[in-house]
Design a protein around this ligand. Structure first.
Ligand code: ATP
Length: 368
């Protein structure tokens, strides 16, 4: 089921002040896709989701679910939440403590025309999907946090909604369980194949869960992309910083090679050769070069015959063994570079080393 949000605007009035929570945003969710709204606290993610759910009334824009318009501010259309055919999963599970697991799920079907046996059958089916069928008769409070979240998911899907909405569903779980539930949620979502909107401020969760990520800031969309693309080739400094860790080096574009798409940038680290994901930059532009810690290496790239580029000399200020790699900091004059290095190198602090970055890993982004 396709979801389409167009020109959505929502303001709140609080203490005689007007707060623009969502400022004219557009996005789409394709059939069966998970689209994640990602951004810092207050950027308007939850408000957007609540407008789709019908829990908030927008001041502008349209929302369509399938071929049904559920919101059209200009035309005065507003379909109430219970008629939008959505399932919702929130941060708090809102489990009924006096009921068993299966009763909790079946309760979501109250008011639908079907007998008790039918309700129970559907509830059991939903519990099977979230792999809780074996606990169906257990009192709901006697479940772990992760199991309670599964009950909440079963309850959201039991009424056969067309769309699922998730608002930070994993944030009440401890770190380990959160990681486990990520892949579990993804599995469930794939199995039931419902178009979903997922709200989180956790970038790792967004990368793991989504078909598309929509990055938001101050009520607007900064950019959108597939998880790997938006992580590797962000077009904005904001995205590069928000999604993962990165080094940002200020500089000025010196030259652009149209044929290869590579740019030379003058920076305090010397000349950096990189790429411009937005393909909009020209010589003289003020930029930041973004280089992720894992893209810096003590190994020079294999000899390609071309003159070597992007070699940065510095002094190791610290190196911490972190399992798969060594987290290190290199001081190069005024600039500090965070690096994730191979543990085979000699990384004694105080040592002078050189790190290398491939041009494709040096993203030249417009100054914001
Ligand atoms: P968080 O992750 O903290 O929930 P968010 O990105 O989901 O953040 P929203 O909750 O959508 O952000 O809030 C966007 C803006 O709208 C914020 O500035 C917030 O203070 C404001 N806001 C949200 N709800 C209301 C309300 N009911 N009354 C007044 N202002 C509100």
């Amino acid at each position: 089921m396709m979801i389409r949000v167009e020109g959505l605007t929502k303001t709140f009035t609080a203490h005689n002040e007007i707060v623009t929570a969502v400022d004219g945003i557009d996005f789409e969710v394709g059939p069966g896709e998970v689209v994640t709204l990602l951004g810092p606290s207050g950027c308007g993610k939850t408000t957007t989701l609540r407008c789709v759910a019908g829990l908030e009334r927008a001041q502008g824009g349209r929302i369509t679910i399938g071929d049904r318009t559920v919101v059209d501010v200009e035309a005065g259309t507003f379909v109430p939440p219970h008629r939008r055919n959505l399932g919702m999963v929130f941060q708090s599970y809102a489990i009924w403590p006096h009921m068993t697991v299966i009763e909790n799920v079946a309760y979501a079907l109250e008011g639908q025309r079907m007998n008790k046996a039918e309700r129970k059958r559907l509830a059991m089916e939903a519990l099977e999907t979230v792999q809780l069928a074996h606990l169906a008769e257990r009192p709901a409070p006697r479940l772990s946090g992760g199991q309670q979240q599964r009950v909440a998911i079963a309850r959201a899907m039991v009424g056969r909604p067309q769309v699922l909405l998730f608002d930070e569903p994993l944030s009440n779980l401890d770190a380990r369980l959160r990681v486990e539930m990520r892949s579990e949620l993804r599995r469930i979502q794939r199995q039931i194949g419902l178009s979903s909107i997922y709200v989180t401020h956790d970038q790792a969760e967004a990368l793991a869960m989504s078909d598309w990520i929509v990055v938001m800031k101050d009520g607007r969309i900064v950019e959108r992309g597939r998880p790997l693309d938006i992580y590797r080739y962000p077009r904005h400094v904001f995205t590069a910083q928000f999604l993962g860790t990165t080094n940002l080096i200020a500089g000025t574009v010196a030259d652009v090679d149209a044929a290869s798409g590579r740019l030379g940038v003058t920076t305090p680290l010397g000349r950096i050769v990189g790429i411009d994901p937005s393909r909009t930059l020209a010589a003289g532009a003020k930029v930041r070069v973004s280089i992720r810690p894992e893209d810096l290496s003590t190994q020079p790239p294999l000899d390609t015959g071309a003159a070597p580029v992007n070699a940065f000399d510095g002094t190791l200020t610290f190196a911490i063994f972190a399992g798969v790699a060594v987290e290190a900091e290199l001081r190069c004059g005024e600039i500090k570079l965070q690096c994730l290095l191979n543990r085979e190198a000699d990384l004694t602090p105080g040592r002078a080393i050189t790190v290398h970055a491939k041009p494709d890993a040096c993203l030249v982004l417009p100054e914001e």
